[in-house]
Ligand binder design. Structure first.
Ligand code: EPS
Length: 381
């Protein structure tokens, strides 16, 4: 129902996104998009690039007077660090910074081999996580639509390196406030205070750190996704979207891998009656059973590997000379896990918005909102 197309190189002129399928009549404030962009740029361990960029959205089509008009939405985020001498769309590069020493773990090697290149620059340019900026912009727009339907999302950091946060506690608003106040996007203050020096130490040692992010969606509508087709399954769609984030290597839903070591009786969530409603005393399933949302909060996690550009590079082989060398080194993030939490939030929002529109149809926001109410009521007797 929703289709997102993005384009843009890390040091090209700009990043663009076209989002098709939004209902007409959604109010969109520029500030809501810019707040998400600003949040994605924060976090200890980011590269010096984040001091150059000040991501702001420009909307080129699809809005009129701050409301969607049912046509494709076109978003643009300019790169302040546009490398004119190297990445101009027409002028031949005059000062291109070649990448001839592939970074182990990066796309450099596989990309150069695929295209028969001896310089992986243009491969790395498109593979860069810089491209996630416009995805976050599109995610911020669909989050406005989801919020109108009572669904609120939050991405947060649960692990950086070997520092792990305790389970979430408190209500959604409290958790959000703590995550936004944290320098690393973590809901637990004491854990944030441990994560910061862990990142700084890795950075000082020319190394990088990965971690785990979690996205929670409160106010879920039951019945999103499908039990009937493999590609319709909500968990499969979430896994695809999250795995597409650069450096993500693993996905968990609910208890995730931990469920494998427990017994069925310890894993599955009993069904009880609470007043006139069906309810669950626990939510180990993370809000999805059999590919369908069950109305409980959605809980998904993505594991991010440590980034491959290292201050103290690993051994590599020069693509031109064939000599043993140390891998390419350039300005890089030491840890982008806090940013990945914001990107994961956008990715989950796009999947949920798609699944919601698939369930309800509706050309306008008024139709969509009216059709969501009966779905929520289906959780009552
Ligand atoms: C990235 C490398 C760094 C990061 C970049 C992702 O960029 P540069 O090579 O220009 O220093 O800063 O992330 C962003 C620019 C961003 O906006 O998130 C990479 O190789 O993926």
């Amino acid at each position: 129902m929703l289709k997102l197309t993005t384009a843009g190189e890390s040091h090209g002129p700009a990043l663009v996104a076209i989002l098709e399928g939004l209902p007409q009549g959604l109010e969109v404030a520029r500030e809501a998009i810019d707040r998400a962009l600003e949040r994605r740029q924060r976090g200890v361990g980011r590269s010096g690039r984040m001091k150059i960029e000040e991501d702001r959205v420009e909307v080129l089509a699809g809005l009129r007077g701050g409301r969607t008009i049912g046509s494709p939405l076109a978003l643009l985020v300019r790169n302040r660090d546009f490398w004119r001498d190297s990445m101009d769309p027409f002028a031949p590069p005059t000062e291109a910074v070649a990448i001839t020493r592939p970074r182990p773990g990066h796309v450099d090697f596989a990309g150069a081999i695929k295209f028969g290149l001896r310089d992986a620059r243009e491969i790395a340019e498109r593979a860069s996580a810089r491209g996630t900026a416009v995805q976050v912009a599109a995610g911020a727009v669909v989050q406005l639509m989801l919020a109108r339907c009572g669904i609120e999302l939050l991405g947060h950091v649960v692990q950086i390196g070997n520092v792990r946060a305790p389970p979430l506690h408190g209500d959604g608003a409290e958790i959000r406030a703590r995550v936004l106040a944290s320098e690393v996007g973590c809901a637990d203050r004491a854990t944030s205070a441990e994560m910061v020096p862990a990142i700084e130490t890795a950075q000082a040692q020319g190394d990088s750190l990965g971690g785990v992010v979690e996205v929670v969606a409160w106010g879920m509508v039951p019945g999103l996704g499908s039990h009937a087709t493999p590609t319709g399954r909500l968990d499969a769609r979430l896994a695809e979207a999250l795995m597409a984030i650069p450096a993500v290597k693993g996905i968990e839903v609910g208890l995730g891998f931990a469920a494998t070591a427990a017994r069925g009786s310890e894993v599955h969530d009993a069904l009880v009656r609470q007043g006139d409603r069906f309810a669950r005393p626990t939510n180990r399933a993370g809000g999805i059973e059999g590919g369908l949302s069950n109305g409980e909060p959605l809980v998904v996690r993505a594991a991010m590997k440590p980034l491959p550009t290292l201050g103290r590079p690993l051994p590599s082989v020069d693509l031109v000379s064939g000599e043993a060398v140390l891998a390419h080194k350039e300005r890089t993030d030491c840890c982008a896990v806090p940013a990945a939490a914001v990107v994961a939030e956008a990715a989950v929002a796009l999947v949920l918005a798609d699944a919601l529109l698939e369930r309800t149809g509706g050309a306008t926001m008024a139709e969509l909102e009216a059709r969501v109410l009966p779905l929520r009521e289906s959780l009552a007797f």
